[in-house]
Design a protein around this ligand. Structure first.
Ligand SMILES: NC(=O)c1ccc[n+]([C@@H]2O[C@H](COP(=O)([O-])OP(=O)(O)OC[C@H]3O[C@@H](n4cnc5c(N)ncnc54)[C@H](O)[C@@H]3O)[C@@H](O)[C@H]2O)c1
Length: 373
């Protein structure tokens, strides 16, 4: 039984996914805010002895094997490192870190601890993007050389539990560059698991929003892959428009995939025997849902957040711990995808200058852990 402590009381979708399992259970909760702490603890059914306002107290006193970190972005690395140093496994909310130095600290802490670190990029786990991944794995797109991801989410009216303006005004809307890129990148990068981002440039539209926020209205990041391919992402957290958090496009030598931009269905155009016109005609993505791994079709994730994805990501975390194997969403992918945000800040404030991506991998030398200009 994997005993999990939660820090950041609003992670209820993951809590429900953990507690729906026979082999995992939320056994402690921590939140600085006493009101949230008590309400969520009641919801989960945790008594007073396992409720903590101070994170270190939970690590010292609670009977937990792992920590699920769902606090604001700037808390993730300090809390992850403390958990790893106390011998706990970590599942961390997005993004992984808010500075490049934090990424190095995090990687070093994971390597030193030997514990599991999983990056909870749950957008990778939607049924649609899992179907696309299954198609990519089966080679139906051929060699993938171009992709797009977009996260357009007007966050200006998002408020915390008490209706106050929160951390997002600094770490998403108050920071130059594409500071929240991994929902757009993750589902694409999992379709090209052997490729990596080699360099990025970020371009922005200028600041026309009336809120006095530092972020530009729209940020475009061009990512050059090590294979030579290109991934373009748009991150926009202030523009006045309806949300579209999950727009994606993938192009390969064998065909393409497009998510709907404004309604409609997910579509693919690929060369297969069943499709006489091949890549020249669209078919619904659902025609390929038989390729989804069985566990996604079993209905086990029904009702969980993100189309059931929050159930399956928790399942992969529990499996990673049980098999003592770092998951696909390991600390190196977390670092690479998060570094897109951090390097985009430097790029956009230097006229779109190209920034080299470190080659995040086990055992990097001290000299490699730097920002190359
Ligand atoms: N993956 C997704 O789809 C998704 C969606 C929303 C939010 N998030 C991520 O989840 C995290 C939390 O977002 P949110 O919208 O719930 O934020 P929030 O501000 O609404 O809630 C954060 C909670 O953490 C608590 N907290 C803050 N600092 C703390 C500390 N030092 N110790 C203990 N508790 C502390 C706060 O009291 C609050 O209850 C962020 O990293 C965000 O990026 C991810």
């Amino acid at each position: 039984m994997l005993k999990v402590g939660i820090v950041g009381g609003r992670a209820m979708s993951f809590v429900n996914a953990i507690n729906s399992r026979d082999d995992a259970k939320v056994t402690a909760i921590c939140d600085l805010d006493e009101e949230i702490l008590n309400i969520q603890a009641e919801n989960i059914g945790l008594d007073k002895s396992v409720r903590f306002r101070i994170y270190e107290d939970m690590l010292d006193r609670a009977d937990i094997d792992a920590v699920l970190i769902a606090t604001p972005m700037q808390c993730h690395v300090p809390q992850a490192i403390k958990a790893l140093q106390s011998g706990r496994h970590v599942m961390s909310e997005v993004t992984a870190a808010v500075t490049m130095d934090e990424l190095w600290w995090l990687i070093e802490a994971v390597e030193k601890s030997g514990k599991i670190y999983m990056y909870s990029e749950n957008y990778c786990y939607t049924p649609e993007m899992q179907t696309v991944k299954a198609m990519a794995d089966a080679g139906l797109f051929g060699k993938i050389y171009y992709a797009e991801g977009e996260y357009t989410h007007d966050c200006t009216e998002l408020r915390n539990w008490h209706g106050q303006v929160g951390w997002r005004s600094y770490w998403q809307m108050g920071t130059r560059g594409a500071f929240y890129p991994t929902h757009s990148l993750g589902p694409i990068m999992q379709c090209i698991p052997d490729d990596k981002i080699a360099e990025i440039s970020c371009f922005s539209s200028g600041n026309h929003n009336p809120y006095g926020l530092r972020n530009d209205d729209t940020n475009i990041v061009m990512c050059r892959l090590r294979s030579g391919g290109l991934v373009k992402i748009r991150v926009d957290t202030v523009s006045p428009r309806p949300h579209n958090l999950m727009y994606y496009q993938i192009q390969g030598t064998g065909g393409c995939f497009e998510a709907p931009r404004t309604g409609g269905e997910h579509k693919v155009a690929v060369d297969t025997k069943e499709n006489p016109e091949g890549h020249k005609s669209w078919r619904p993505l659902s025609d390929f849902s038989h390729l989804l791994p069985e566990r996604f079709r079993s209905g086990a994730g029904e009702g969980a957040g993100h189309g059931g994805g929050d159930f399956y990501i928790v399942e992969d975390f529990v499996n990673a711990v049980n098999t003592n194997t770092q998951p696909f969403l390991n600390v190196y992918r977390a670092a690479e995808w998060t570094a897109v945000a951090l390097l985009s800040q430097l790029s956009v404030t230097n006229n779109g200058r190209t920034m080299e991506m470190p080659d995040f991998r086990p055992g990097m030398s001290w000299d490699e852990k730097r920002i190359k200009l």
